[in-house]
Design a protein. Structure first.
Length: 275
């Protein structure tokens, strides 16, 4: 079969995404900073014993592991095998049984209506083509099943983080949408359309007290968070730009911290029934 230019460009884009999320130590972010998000999503969706669950863009299992603890039969899929390897080890240490599967959120390798619940915790929002990813989420969920999403909002802390880094990174290819748009309720409703009903959308805040100083946040994300690491790598030959970004990230965290060093990171929780 002849490979089209579009296919080649998509594979190259996904290869870059895969490599970016393998940088640093995203499992440390999931474990030390945002661990509470997965259980929140699992509870909101109503995952229960015997439920068939697909966690899309699962990373190291922030939501997949709590779903398995609830007794669900879980498939955890992600584009980046290094993250799945960490999740597999975490599951084995707990005695949990999950299926860990390398997969593209925009081309899921499952038949239609395969799962009782399809979830994603600050994961599918980073798939570059939002409509394709949304179509896949709905396709693999059975009619009457649940769709649950947690996404960072554009105006929240992580949305502001990406806005802060934007001047220091290359523009995305045509057709690629900003990840925090998944944190906009109307955007998600437009993506899902009339294929879902009983939509519940709620903005919530995650308490983050992992960093004593703004500089601690900056240094941790420089070392652990793939998108931030990639931004700095692109500036490696420009020390002035590095210094500017250093200051901008510290200022971002300083503005978000209260007197006790606590931040509140806004996210959108969406739960819907597939029709």
């Amino acid at each position: 079969m002849t490979t089209t230019t579009t296919d080649s460009a998509d594979r190259a884009l996904k290869d870059r995404h895969r490599a970016m999320w393998a940088l640093g130590d995203y499992p440390a972010v999931a474990r030390d900073v945002i661990a509470d998000l997965g259980p929140v999503l699992v509870e909101a969706v109503g995952v229960h014993d015997g439920c068939r669950v697909l966690d899309v863009a699962a990373g190291s299992g922030n939501a997949a592991l709590p779903a398995a603890r609830a007794g669900a039969a879980v498939v955890a899929s992600d584009l980046t095998p290094e993250l799945l390897d960490v999740g597999r080890r975490l599951a084995e240490a707990e005695g949990l049984t999950l299926e860990w599967q390398e997969a593209d959120a925009e081309h899921l390798p499952h038949a239609a209506h395969s799962f009782d619940a399809v979830i994603s915790c600050v994961g599918v929002m980073f798939a570059p083509h939002h409509q394709q990813a949304a179509d896949e989420l709905v396709r693999v969920c059975r009619p009457g099943g649940s769709l649950g999403l947690v996404s960072w909002t554009p105006a929240g802390f992580i949305g502001r983080l990406f806005a802060t880094m934007r001047p220091y990174v290359a523009a995305p290819p045509p057709g690629v949408s900003p990840p925090p748009l998944w944190g906009d309720e109307q955007h998600v409703r437009d993506l899902l359309g009339d294929r879902v009903a009983d939509v519940r959308a709620e903005r919530r805040r995650l308490r983050v007290d992992a960093f004593a100083r703004p500089e601690d946040f900056r240094d941790f994300f420089k070392a652990a968070y793939g998108p931030t690491i990639a931004a700095y790598r692109g500036l490696a030959d420009d020390p002035d730009q590095v210094a500017e970004l250093d200051a901008a990230l510290a200022d971002l965290a300083r503005d978000a911290m209260d007197a006790d060093g606590v931040m509140a990171w806004e996210y959108l929780l969406v739960v819907a029934r597939v029709v």
